[in-house]
Design a binder for this molecule. Structure first.
Ligand code: SF4
Length: 355
């Protein structure tokens, strides 16, 4: 059992090591409680704080807990869980890559088998698209777009990158961010797995526990984050119109105001966000927002569903994510869930730092 495989269980060689074992997943699930417990920990850690928790002291348990965790994620089969789990595994891998690659040469020579940047690039079949430069890396633009497409933050947009002869230039360390994206893609690929009945039965208690943890998280969820770039296309379009001073029909105005209220904005903040255009009616906006939030009415209104938005003609510019959700709030939640917390910068924070 190699420590390298326990540390990086998504590597092809780790997978082969598991496949080469005499024990099957069915037997592990039936007889190795510690493996199942650690698998649950990996997933609960992902839900609670975006990590996979402390490694188990035994490499075998640590390694086997990874395929069992993938099976559990598949049994629960919720998009948000899969994303959070893959993100947490990839984040942990990134931290470990950084640690391992930065250890001193002398220390490395006395220690366990290590990953190197070259082996990582080969592992994800991107070695031919990446070359070293004096201060970082140059990445073939196709490879860059494949891996950076999900990255938030202006610095990852191709237009903000130095690009020459089909290569994008990265600073030192940034190539590891792309490898982290490759890890995430690999972990998500193939999920949900088709799980044989025998394994599903053996994991029923663990599955229930994970499903409960997920349900608790949903109940606790109270969005208070304003990132206009992640708004669903319909809401972005409505906000654009308001800010340009275009006239909005009542249902459209209601839709954008209720959405902004639902994501935690106060009446004052909504008025401020709307106020880019001098022609906007502050008093009418205040009245409507207060009404929607229930301050001046007996009802607190919620954001219309996609079906309602479609029936009013407010559903525009649908993208791939729209195909998977039924409510603009679900779209926004999915975007937030899919983004590292340190990459989320609330519009209100930006406003106060600009002031
Ligand atoms: S599908 Fe839903 S979230 Fe997407 S644009 Fe239409 S209404 Fe908005």
């Amino acid at each position: 059992m190699k420590q390298l495989h326990a540390r990086y269980p998504f590597l092809q060689s780790a997978r082969e090591a598991v496949e080469g074992m005499t024990v099957t997943i069915v037997e592990i699930v039936r007889t190795e409680d510690e493996v199942v417990k650690r698998a649950v920990e990996r997933i609960e850690g992902a839900l609670e704080d975006g990590t996979i928790g402390e490694s188990h002291r035994r490499d075998r348990v640590e390694l086997l807990s990874y395929p069992v965790a993938r099976v559990l994620v598949s049994l629960v089969d919720e998009h948000v869980l899969t994303r959070k789990y893959a993100t947490a595994e990839a984040r942990t891998a990134h931290d470990r890559f950084e640690y391992d690659l930065n250890r001193t040469v002398e220390f490395k020579s006395t220690q366990r088998e290590q990953v190197t940047l070259d082996t990582l690039l080969r592992e994800f079949s991107i070695a031919s698209g990446v070359r070293k430069t004096s201060n970082g890396s140059a990445v073939d633009v196709g490879t860059y777009l494949d891996l950076a497409a999900d990255k938030r933050g202006d610095e990852w947009r191709l237009v903000n990158r130095e690009l020459a002869d089909g290569e994008v230039f990265l600073a030192s360390g940034e190539v590891l961010v792309l490898i982290r994206q490759a890890v995430k893609q690999r972990i998500e690929s193939g999920l949900p797995l088709t799980v044989p009945e025998e394994i599903a039965t053996g994991l029923e208690t663990a599955r229930e526990r994970v499903a409960e943890s997920l349900a608790e998280l949903d109940l606790m969820r109270d969005i208070d984050t304003v990132v206009p770039e992640m708004f669903p296309p319909c809401m972005r379009a409505l906000l654009d119109k308001v800010q340009k001073g275009d006239h909005l029909a009542h249902h459209s105005r209601f839709a954008i105001a209720s959405f902004l209220t639902s994501i935690g904005m106060s009446t004052d903040e909504i008025v401020e966000l709307f106020q880019v255009n001098p022609g906007f009616g502050e008093e009418a906006t205040r009245y409507q927002v207060d009404h929607i939030r229930g301050d001046t009415s007996p009802t607190e209104y919620s954001t219309p569903s996609c079906a309602t938005m479609q029936s009013y003609g407010d559903c525009v510019n649908m993208d791939n994510l729209c195909e998977t959700i039924a409510h603009p709030m679900a779209y926004y939640e999915a975007k937030l869930d899919d983004t590292d917390e340190d990459e989320i910068v609330d519009w209100r924070e930006r406003q106060s730092s600009d002031a």
